[in-house]
Write a protein that binds this ligand. Structure first.
Ligand code: PSU
Ligand code: MN
Length: 332
């Protein structure tokens, strides 16, 4: 483990303690591709023992793609960049570890933790650590009925503040995916479907919405990400990859369960932080666990794609640096 302070505001401003695993610290020093991962999926997304087994599979999938995984969490007053197997097991089995979104980070850190990071807070941590890639199966989005509830996930707002390339299988049908895409468009967040035409819906291969762009070539995608930031884009860059056909669930199969779960949540007064988990569990129950199995598969698919794309991106960055050195190098 190595510790380092991270602070976005420059010299003289208190820094946030970041603790790196050896593997991640070495990879970052050597300029190798690193993919950050959230830990909320371990504590709140899947039940034990699927959660710890899946977290390891996801890390292995990032490695198989050619990058180094860095699962993020909060513990002992520090942000951890990379979790060991023992860390993952502790988070997978210990009850009561809270879900920490970006606005919760300061309080949870000041208290000493622990905390499980969502997409939003993982992006904050990854950016402080100098990581450019992040993967999760499903991002938060605009909830159904947000016109009344105002429930829009902080994940989307964080996309407008952190410069990360985010790989996911879109977002779940428990959300209003049309409004989620509108939100991303309004806030100038690029959305590209990698190897498919449609914006996927987590364990469904399509949301019924076409993605604004389709790109199949990892090098082109890597260049597009770099160009977004070169143009001064201050946002994340969302890349979607669909679940495999073998693991996919038919949208008709989950639609009724979701409508019922949304109504039940309203009747029971479930809203705010706990709503996402409530809806996901209701769909899992209604599909006899098929949704949970598809959930695990899609996490792995996304991580593998993220590893591959992050590796392609670091090759593009190296090439550009080499080209830059050649044109601006010492002249005689
Ligand atoms: N969507 C999923 N699975 C998840 C989540 C979202 O399909 O586990 C989790 C992620 O951690 C995500 C968070 O960042 O829920 C979003 O929660 P909220 O909608 O409360 O912002
Ligand atoms: Mn919410």
């Amino acid at each position: 483990m190595s510790a380092l302070g991270g602070g976005p505001l420059g010299p003289g401003v208190p820094v946030v303690p970041l603790v790196f695993t050896e593997e991640v610290s070495e990879a970052l020093h050597e300029g190798r591709a690193v993919v950050a991962l959230e830990s909320n999926v371990i504590t709140h997304g899947l039940p034990y023992p699927d959660n710890s087994a899946t977290a390891r599979k996801v890390e292995d999938a990032v490695r198989a793609g050619g990058a180094v995984p860095a699962t993020v969490c909060v513990e002992d007053g520090a942000i951890r960049i990379g979790m060991t197997d023992a860390d993952i097991d502790r988070f997978a089995t210990r009850p009561g570890i809270p879900k920490v979104s970006s606005r919760d980070l300061p309080v949870v850190l000041a208290r000493g933790g622990p905390g499980a990071t969502t997409v939003a807070s993982s992006l904050v941590a990854a950016e402080l650590a100098g990581i450019r890639w992040f993967s999760s199966a499903g991002i938060g989005g605009v909830h159904r009925g947000a016109q009344q509830s105002f429930d829009i996930s902080s994940d989307l707002i964080q996309f407008t503040r952190s410069r990360l390339a985010v790989v996911s299988a879109g977002a779940k049908m428990i959300l209003d995916l049309g409004l989620t895409l509108e939100y991303l468009e309004t806030h100038c967040v690029p959305v590209v479907a990698y190897g498919s035409d449609d914006f996927p819906a987590f364990y469904c291969r399509t949301s019924g919405h076409r993605a604004p762009h389709r790109v199949d070539d990892p090098d082109v995608l890597a260049r597009a990400v770099e160009t977004h930031w070169a143009l001064g884009g201050r946002t994340s860059f969302l890349i979607t990859t669909p679940v495999s056909e073998a693991d996919a669930i038919d949208s008709g199969e989950v639609d009724a369960a979701i409508t019922e779960a949304v109504a039940a949540a309203a009747r029971e007064g479930v809203s705010g932080q706990g709503l996402t988990k409530y809806l996901m569990r209701a769909v899992d129950a209604a599909t006899d666990g098929r949704a949970a199995r598809a959930n695990m598969a899609v996490l792995v698919t996304c991580a593998e794609a993220a590893g591959r794309l992050a590796a392609a991106h670091s090759a593009v960055v190296r090439e550009e640096e080499a080209g830059h050195d050649a044109t601006t190098g010492p002249s005689s």
